[in-house]
Ligand binder design. Structure first.
Ligand code: SAM
Ligand code: SF4
Length: 354
């Protein structure tokens, strides 16, 4: 099934946007991208993201309604935000997310709505998401082995993810990007196997360095301990030497973001590397994050946030929301401080959305 293909250059533009009303931070970085977490809940419990039990989810009353999210996106769009990505937790566990996509995709100024998902429910929703205006999906896929997938996700069924990826292709949610968090002792022996998927598929496989969050606990007795799980970019590349020389890819990947892309000669898809720690990309960061409970988070890896929910529910005007977004941009740090061992600890990754 084909859905409408839209050329971003012809997207609805808000003629009232002038430079005065765009979001530039103190370093001159322009914010054009908002990542919206729609829920802190998830149908998986990935080792590196959520503990197996005892997760305390936010009460429903503290989670932004779709109307509230749509309003923040509308105000952001008047400030030059062009892209919105829905994430979670797992965004597809929240009911009626298709309606949210439809409302955001119709917002003047928003050129692209995309989604990051674990893929478990994608089979069910890909078609209606595409019809609602979703442009593309990123699917998390850390391993090709069903038993290992079950272990990483604490119970997930890899076959459901494959069904989701197939459904996304049929719905033309392209380009499909597959996110691989590389963890020593877990999947670092599969980097080449994952890369070979690109020989036959036009997928973008993105290898992501494991980021430290909160107190790093030990997972299982036979897994590397907390301090040993991180695999730096240089080591990933070394482990991929059996693939031969990788060709650099320039300006080809839609929404390349922080990834640097390469290609196995002759492959249909590409290989991207996201190195928030080894080779961070803070200089070109163009995004703000909105948490499910309504806080604007200027930096993924920094705990400072602004409470937009309180403002919304106290009856803030659009002008006041606009001022909050400007303030969030203003306090965006020049870069994260992982090198100085400053690690986010107020929220787990699952409550921010990556
Ligand atoms: N549930 C969805 C999913 O898994 O794709 C969306 C939310 S998840 C938090 C977003 C992305 O963050 C996923 O690709 C996941 O693999 C990644 N992630 C989670 N914890 C991470 C960590 N500690 N370091 C690096 N990436 C992480
Ligand atoms: Fe859930 Fe995504 Fe976190 Fe896995 S990475 S536990 S799927 S939110």
């Amino acid at each position: 099934m084909k859905r409408n293909t839209r050329d971003p250059s012809h997207e609805k533009q808000d003629p009232n946007i002038g430079n005065r009303h765009k979001l530039y931070d103190t370093l001159g970085r322009q914010i054009t991208y908002l990542r919206v977490s729609v829920t802190d809940r998830c149908n998986l419990r990935c080792l590196y993201c959520m503990p197996p039990k005892g997760v305390r989810f936010k009460p429903r009353a503290e989670i932004l309604t779709y109307e509230e999210i749509a309003r923040i996106v509308r105000v952001s769009a008047t400030l030059g935000v062009r892209k919105v990505r829905l994430t979670g937790g797992e965004p597809l566990v929240r009911s009626d997310v298709v309606e949210l996509v439809s409302s955001l995709a119709g917002t003047p100024g928003i050129a692209e709505v995309s989604l990051t998902t674990n893929g478990i429910l994608l089979d069910r929703y890909a078609g209606s998401l595409a019809r609602a205006g979703l442009r593309r999906v990123n699917v998390s896929l850390d391993t090709l082995r069903p038993d290992r997938f079950q272990r990483v996700t604490r119970g997930g069924d890899l076959e459901q993810v494959w069904a989701g990826i197939r459904a996304a292709e049929e719905a033309d949610l392209r380009p499909i990007k597959l996110n691989v968090v590389v963890v020593r002792g877990l999947n670092d022996d599969e980097l080449c196997d994952l890369a070979r998927l690109t020989l036959d598929h036009d997928w973008h496989i993105r290898y992501i360095e494991l980021m430290p969050f909160r107190e790093e606990t030990d997972w299982d007795a036979d897994m590397p301990s907390a301090g040993q799980r991180y695999v730096p970019l240089a080591e990933m590349l070394e482990r991929m030497e059996p693939l031969g020389e990788l060709l650099p890819v320039k300006n080809e990947v839609n929404g390349a973001g922080p990834a640097r892309y390469h290609r196995i000669p002759g492959a249909r898809g590409t290989l991207g590397f996201i190195s928030p720690i080894g080779l961070h990309f803070c200089d070109s960061c163009n995004r703000l994050r909105l948490t499910a409970d309504g806080h604007i988070r200027p930096c993924l890896l920094g705990d400072e946030e602004l409470d937009v929910r309180a403002a919304l529910r106290a009856g803030a005007s659009d002008e006041e929301l606009l001022a909050l977004l400007q303030e969030a941009t203003h306090i965006k740090p020049p870069s994260h401080l992982l090198a100085e061992h400053v690690v986010p600890h107020e929220r787990p990754m699952s409550a921010i959305g990556g």
